[in-house]
Design a protein around this ligand. Sequence first.
Ligand SMILES: Cc1cc2nc3c(=O)[nH]c(=O)nc-3n(C[C@H](O)[C@H](O)[C@H](O)COP(=O)(O)O)c2cc1C
Length: 366
Amino acid sequence: MSEIKGLFKNMPKLVIGDLIANLPIVQGGMGVGISLSSLATAVANEGGIGVISAVGIGMDEQDFVKNSREANKRAFRNEIRKAKEQTSGIIGVNIMVAISDYKEIVKVAVEEGADIIFSGAGLPMELPNLVGKKSKTKLVPIVSSARAARIILKRWIEKYDCVPDAFVLEGPMAGGHLGFKKEQIFDSNYSLERLVPEVINEVKKYEIKYNINIPIIVGGGIYSGEDIYKFINMGASGVQMGTRFVATYECDASMEFKQSYIDCKEEDIVIIKSPVGLPGRAIRNKFLDDVKNNLKEPFNCPFKCIRTCDYKKSPYCISLALFNAKKGNLKDGFVFAGQNAYKISELLSVKKLVESLKAEYSLGYN
Ligand SMILES: Cc1cc2nc3c(=O)[nH]c(=O)nc-3n(C[C@H](O)[C@H](O)[C@H](O)COP(=O)(O)O)c2cc1C
């Protein structure tokens, strides 16, 4: 079929400094163990940005209980190396500010030449200092408000004489931990559509003042190519998508984990109070029902892996619960998912998913 000029539109490229992604799609980093080298490589090979999630990555290592920090570093290093061997595309990493071994894990990312560090679940105030001026690794904070973007910009300029290479703006419909209060999640004042112009306008002030370009990548509930089209049209330079990439063959989670995406209904997508002190979005199951009904006992934390985790009061270990789910043991765990996970009805290859997003995007133009 020949393309009629002006009627069909291709997705724009996403440019972050000297990195150029042919697709403006960042695969959101997903822990524990959901986005590792397999998924990240598949996305990078299609022209998007593949992202390895660092949180709890060493839990599959034999010595994790005794030596969790070393296990995390080793597993993280291996996954970055594996991904880099399998693609010439762009490989990023996602490192939550709240993890206890943040500094060491950032160091491994830089040593292994990760193309981008995405860092949220807290404000990455010290990140430029940890990475150092000589590194080529791009630094991309994940924020949920214009205020957070402003705080980071001010601090990085004042203290380190630099600015982020891009921002990810994650709205309240995302899966996993959310940067919103419970009552804000379904309040239209905090919708992604509201937040996008606010963040773009805030960042624009700095772009003009310093004559630089800071792309804004937006995510949280983005499902179709039409959604991508809408947000690119609003001024976003790219999108971050998590949920859609879980339902792919290449995703690093177990089949049971993926199957819960296929099986869930809209009413199964719930907001939970996570032990780490943030609300989170997940698929309801017996494990979460038991937590809600106070049927779980407080436990003795062996890892202290998340600084903000109130493990003395928490009825379960979130890292262990997420790791169990990744491995397919949903009796002792649960699945994080975005608000639109219920729309998923089948597994696709990353290639097929990207093809369908491209096709929908081109039609969204009309
Ligand atoms: C299973 C799952 C695990 C996630 N883990 C992380 C994580 O470790 N770090 C992080 O910054 N975001 C995490 N997220 C958020 C995603 O990176 C992404 O921003 C979000 O899922 C986008 O919304 P969507 O799922 O509606 O596309 C997770 C999301 C899901 C669904």
